[in-house]
Design a protein around this ligand. Structure first.
Ligand SMILES: [Cu+2]
Length: 435
């Protein structure tokens, strides 16, 4: 979680992708970056969205139309260290690249199918002619393997949207086919947004020891992801103190997710329905992003390292066993000794709680099945974070340059602003307790 070379490279690549997208407009760039990397806003311009662990698809201007080319294909995807799978996605990634355009744009999508079965793309929540809606069999013929289809329409709205197949949908979404589709308002933002993040929620049944997500699972998923990554592989989000941050969150998983941000009260400012009028906004600290919905959360950044996660306890864990006996409070000493005679290396766990799981796995006491990450991971400045899945950190600093997305390392709290130990005696003090 400190700055690594990989993160530096990834950060630089993110900026380059944004630049490439702008360069690809052939002089139609409505937003640009200054030499210092500061995003500037021109009339009709926008600050480019950043997709943590992901990227934005460059387009070409062809006769006044923004032309994007999506390729549906099988990919090798890494969810986090020690967990890879054969997934399906677009242009080499899951989620597919983020589509970014402006209200009023004429857009064309070339969709090439390199899968072994047919597919389509549905532009989720986008207002368009019925024949462009991408429902295989209903609005168009299926796109057969090897074929390329063209979709073309004019964007009549703005907001946070998504795209996904509407063909063999249960399978194709379960194995990773999805992406974000951001449309900026044509008149710009009423309030400038300094850092605009796009995050797509998903769940995966990648059973321990296997390499292909299982599409037939209804409830017991193994991995819970932001942009198809689990903590601690999810990029840190960064902002400078006082900046306006927007988290655009879409959900194409099979569960609703109560998304929680520490340190601030955010405003829910938009959804698939576009930017909400001021009177419709709500102040919250947790917002449920339902299946098939998107939500925009905005706040003014305050300094610190702040957790940002789904509030479902199992959704901030990696692959874990289900339906195991509950060991909490059970004296396992004698049983463990006897089991060890049959299973050398067996280690009892969970008598006092499950926090020891991360220590055990880090010491190598639990080897675990192949291609499977531990349930709890991540190390912070004060010890194990004991998290996984839909969790990452928002790091806000006073001295960040605008547009600098590199991980600034851990927060150093000012004196007297950190919780500290005052006694190691369990009988300490005279706490009032209910009898
Ligand atoms: Cu969740």
């Amino acid at each position: 979680m400190s700055i690594s070379r990989r993160e530096l490279v990834a950060s630089a690549a993110g900026l380059l992708v944004a630049d490439a997208a702008l360069a690809a407009t052939g002089g139609d760039a409505t937003s640009t970056a200054t030499a210092a990397g500061e995003p500037a806003r021109a009339p009709r311009g926008y600050v480019p969205v950043r997709t943590p662990n992901g990227w934005t698809l460059p387009y070409r201007m062809v006769d006044g139309v923004k032309e994007f080319h999506l390729v549906a294909e099988e990919i090798e995807h890494e969810f986090g260290p020690g967990s890879k799978a054969k997934c399906w996605g677009y242009n080499g990634s899951t989620p597919g690249p983020t589509i970014e355009a402006v209200e009023g744009d004429r857009v064309r999508f070339l969709v090439t199918n390199r899968l072994k079965e047919h597919t389509t793309i549905h532009w989720h929540g986008i207002l368009l002619p019925s024949g462009m809606d991408g429902v295989g069999g209903l609005s168009q013929p299926q796109i057969a393997p090897g074929e390329t289809y063209a979709y073309e329409f004019t964007l009549q709205q703005h907001g946070t949207h998504m795209y996904h197949p509407h063909a063999d949908e249960m399978v194709q979404m379960a194995v990773g086919m999805m992406g974000m589709f951001i449309i900026h308002p044509k008149d710009g933002e009423a309030e400038r947004v300094d850092r605009d993040y796009a995050i797509l929620l998903h769940n995966w049944a990648l059973h321990p020891g296997t390499y292909r997500p299982d599409p037939s699972v209804l409830l017991d998923f193994d991995l819970w992801t932001f942009n198809s990554k689990v903590f601690p592989a999810i990029e840190t989000l960064v902002a400078r103190t006082g900046e306006r941050v927007r988290l655009r969150i879409g959900n194409l998983s099979m569960w609703n997710h109560p998304i929680h941000v520490h340190g601030v009260q955010f405003e829910v400012t938009g959804s698939d329905g576009g930017r909400w009028p001021k009177a419709a906004r709500r102040t919250e600290v947790t917002e449920i992003v339902g299946v098939g919905q998107t939500r925009d959360l905005e706040f003014i950044a305050v300094p610190g390292d702040w957790a940002f996660h789904c509030h479902m306890g199992h959704h901030t864990m990696n692959a874990m066993g289900h339906e195991i006996p509950n060991p909490i409070g059970v004296d396992q000493g004698d049983v463990a000794k006897r089991v060890r005679k049959l299973l050398p290396g067996f280690m009892e766990m969970g008598e006092a709680g499950m926090a020891e799981h991360q220590e055990h796995t880090e010491m190598g006491h639990h080897a675990g099945p192949e291609n499977t990450m531990p349930m709890m991971m991540g190390v912070g400045p004060y010890g194990n974070l004991e998290m996984g899945g839909m969790f990452t950190v928002i790091k806000v600093r006073d001295d960040l340059a605008p547009g600098d997305f590199r991980d600034p390392g851990w927060f150093k709290p000012p004196a007297r602003t950190i919780a500290s130990c005052v006694s190691r005696d369990p009988e300490f003090g005279k706490p009032i307790r209910r009898r």
